[in-house]
Design a protein around this ligand. Structure first.
Ligand code: RB5
Length: 150
């Protein structure tokens, strides 16, 4: 079964739950790291829970939702091996898989509506990394992660 991890803060949990229903209806095994209510919380905690699950191999892909998607992407990208992309258009959501091999899609519930959010998710999960010339560029990002001078 295809697996995916979802996470959100108080600004994103309703959209996260809409995405969850959509993915479950498509046969995905969804791991939900919360949050699950409107109680104010801190997005880095949920970004980190999700990223640690990707790092440990529980799933290859994750989706994070906060108000803008920006805080989630900033927090997620601090984790080794995580390539998070904050997207609000389907072209970017597709290309970030094809070219950047993004493993986390971030979006803002105050930026995109439910319909566009589902399109973003579909664009993201249905695209495959193209490899080729992009491999070297991703290994340069790893070099940055390892403190190497480029
Ligand atoms: C929470 O108010 C808000 O700052 C958060 O959801 C997100 O937009 C941060 O980037």
């Amino acid at each position: 079964m295809k697996k995916i991890i979802l996470g959100a803060d108080h600004g994103g949990y309703e959209l996260k739950n809409i995405i969850k229903s959509h993915l479950e209806s498509k046969g995905f095994d969804v791991i939900d790291v919360g949050t699950n209510d409107a109680q104010s919380c801190d997005y880095p905690i949920f970004a980190s829970r999700l990223c640690k699950k990707i790092q440990s191999g529980d799933s290859e892909l994750g989706i994070l939702v906060c108000g803008t998607g920006i805080g989630m992407s900033m927090a997620a990208n601090k984790h080794r091996g995580i390539r998070a992309a904050c997207c609000s258009d389907t072209f970017s959501a597709r290309l970030t898989r094809l070219h950047n091999n993004a493993n986390v899609l971030c979006m803002g519930a105050r930026v995109v509506g439910a319909g566009l959010a589902i399109d973003l998710v579909e664009a993201f999960i249905n695209a495959e990394f193209e490899g080729d010339r992009h491999i070297k560029r991703l290994s340069l990002i790893e070099d940055i992660e390892n403190g190497k001078e480029l």
